[in-house]
Design a binder for this molecule. Structure first.
Ligand SMILES: C[S@@+](CC[C@H](N)C(=O)[O-])C[C@H]1O[C@@H](n2cnc3c(N)ncnc32)[C@H](O)[C@@H]1O
Length: 536
């Protein structure tokens, strides 16, 4: 993390001199950094430069707990409204959750940082009816719970905002010229707007010592006032009590009540805080023997229609994605919105094997193309799924390839990926998984022909490290599909890949063929993004 001493130029010297504050620039691509870039866009670069030059970027014009009247100018990539300090004050932004551009608000300042303060919303004095309709809100905790930001917006507006996030991310982090970016397509909607989350992780703190010593005080079934089982309150690390969550699936909501009752009854037995897990799963009691599993698995049998809620981090969870069956460990990674996984995996497949263009005269019927440019590359035959988890992309895309290799850090996920391949009847001669750092895969795919290979990249939020990118560039697959839960690190990494090959010869240079967001988390500001890179 970059730090520098504050420029105290022009400040009183000697006695009474203010102690120098250390200015810590946010970690690049962190949510603070993303917010700061949004703030600069609102205040204007020239104004910001002036304040930075003066060295007064930490001198908030507001007192702690001051109430201010503001007009919101923009909505940031993290979902908060960004207002500016009233006329006559220095250029200064105020970040207020749950507010929308054009709205006039009253807010109370609670924290200040570089060129901005954070404030709690007190009142929306003039709402923006073109965007806000509070009757859309489906959750009684909305506005207090930190989970959702967008329930007052139409779903179309949410989708449009998420496209803007992708656009801004590539402008701010890719280090690419606008001319090297394809038109950023509209964000693909989630089929379910509520009731989609297949995983919930509420938490609670340990009881106070007095409650542990006096179990009778908590064993009457009534929830003590000090106990909150739920999620963080907006903008805080304080837990708020949550009895239901409308973005979670009905199966999870049905399990929340009984689980809460058990915890309340036994709370005196807990010595530490706990993070719970609720995962929507198919019934896992009928075991499937991978050695005898046939494809397609008979999903019409009861085993594949009865749903349960898994609440043990170590238990197996089972779900289907179209025709494919997946099992994974309750505590391990799996995408949290099942409804969008067929559209997502189909999209990746269609991006790798583009359909003929609607304007293509050889096409028998008009079809929609998934991509903007279709270079003449040989049909891919080999797939490398990096950061593969329990094999989502490797397995769902496997029919289109002769050979598939996956790699993933979690040995548990790799055990499941291997089992999932067997459950789905894919031969071990065709598909293999190994545990390790993603960059290790390039030492074992030496027999994959790069010109016929696709590398899928789906890393955690921090993106890829430089070692991975340099080995990827050495391997130089014809196609790279980068799926990301953090479009800012994706933009950074895609920029590195394109810039590293910008001066390369024919067939050695990557272009960004298509880019678009996917909405895995409706009602929140989060956006997933898929970038398709091709060698030209
Ligand atoms: C966003 S998830 C994607 C998983 C999978 N593609 C899916 O869609 O289910 C990222 C995965 O990367 C794994 N991971 C994290 N760091 C890694 C690394 N250095 N090398 C390989 N895998 C890593 C995590 O364990 C996690 O399973």
């Amino acid at each position: 993390m970059e730090t520098r001493k504050r420029n105290d130029k022009g400040k009183a010297k000697g006695k009474g001199k203010r102690k120098q504050k250390k200015i810590t620039a946010p970690e690049p691509c962190s949510s603070e950094d993303v917010l700061f870039k949004d703030i600069v866009a609102v205040l204007g670069q020239a104004e910001v430069d002036k304040v930075l030059e003066e060295g007064t970027e930490l001198d908030s014009p507001f007192e702690f707990h001051q109430e201010v009247e503001l007009e919101v100018r923009a909505i940031g990539s993290n979902g908060e409204g960004i207002a500016v300090a009233p006329d006559g004050t220095k250029p200064w932004a105020v970040v207020v959750p749950l507010t929308l551009p054009g709205e006039k608000i009253r807010a109370r300042i609670y924290k200040s940082a570089r060129l901005h303060s954070f404030a709690d919303l007190l009142e929306i004095t003039t709402p923006n009816p073109a965007l806000r309709d509070d009757s859309r809100v489906k959750c009684k905790y909305f506005g207090a719970c930190g989970g959702c930001q967008y329930q007052m917006l139409s779903y179309e507006t949410q989708i449009n905002l998420k496209r803007d996030v992708v656009v801004k991310a590539y402008k701010n982090y890719s280090n690419l010229l606008q001319s090297s970016l394809p038109p950023i397509l509209s964000t693909i909607a989630s089929p379910l707007e509520y009731g989609y989350r297949t995983k919930l992780t509420p938490h609670f703190e340990a009881p106070p010592a007095a409650a542990r010593k006096n179990p009778s005080a908590t064993s009457d079934g009534k929830k003590p006032d000090w106990l909150a089982i739920g999620f963080n309150k907006i903008g805080t690390h304080k837990t708020m009590d949550i009895e239901e969550c409308p973005i979670a699936t009905p199966v999870i909501n049905a399990a929340l009540g009984p689980a809460r009752e058990r915890i309340i009854k036994n709370i005196h037995t807990y010595e530490r805080g706990v993070s719970l897990i609720f995962r929507d799963s198919l019934d896992t009691t009928p075991d499937i023997d991978p050695r005898t599993a046939q494809q397609p698995i008979d999903k019409l049998s009861e085993a594949f229609t009865k749903q349960i809620c898994v609440t043990d981090h170590k238990a197996t969870v089972r779900e289907t994605v179209g025709e494919w069956i997946f099992e994974y460990n309750g505590g391990s990674f799996f995408q949290n919105n099942n409804s969008v996984l067929v559209p997502l995996t189909d999209y990746v497949r269609d991006a790798i094997f583009p359909l003929p263009s609607a304007t293509d005269p050889s096409s028998p019927s008009p079809v929609t193309v998934a991509v903007s440019v279709v270079p003449d590359t040989p049909r891919p035959t080999h797939l490398v799924d990096t950061y593969c988890g329990s094999g989502l992309f490797a397995i769902t895309l496997s029919p289109n390839f002769e050979k598939v290799a996956g790699i993933e850090l979690s040995t548990e996920s790799i055990t499941f990926a291997t089992r999932n391949a067997r459950l789905n009847g894919i031969s071990p001669d065709k598909i293999s998984f190994r545990s390790g750092d993603a960059s290790d895969i390039f030492s074992v795919v030496g027999d994959f022909p790069p010109s016929h290979s696709v590398v899928v990249i789906d890393p955690p939020r921090k993106g890829c490290d430089d070692a991975f990118i340099s080995l990827l560039l050495k391997f130089r697959p014809a196609t790279v599909v980068y799926v990301s839960c953090n479009v800012h690190t994706q933009a950074r990494d895609v920029g590195k890949i394109l810039n590293a090959t910008a001066d390369a010869g024919e067939g050695e240079r990557y272009v960004l063929q298509s880019l678009r967001g996917f909405d895995l988390f409706p009602q929140t500001a989060h956006v997933e993004s898929v970038a398709v890179l091709r060698l030209v």
